[in-house]
Write a protein that binds this ligand. Sequence first.
Ligand SMILES: [Zn+2]
Length: 77
Amino acid sequence: MAKSSSDTAKRFISKKCPNCFTYMPLKAKECTACHAKLGDVDRFGMASKPTNWHGYFVAIAAWLVFMLYVWWAFLKE
Ligand SMILES: [Zn+2]
């Protein structure tokens, strides 16, 4: 039987914030010290960073607006 990823998580009783290296409970969704969003514990006992889809979306939207502005300001005849 192959070991599932949940077996790995059970080896840890706490996880470390990747931002400030504070220990916190495995179930914590947010760091108590720096309020970073936290994912599940990885095999090194560090909390993974959840994918920030909102951040990606905002970054892409900001780029599109910037490109549109450049086009409008300099390239449009
Ligand atoms: Zn933290």
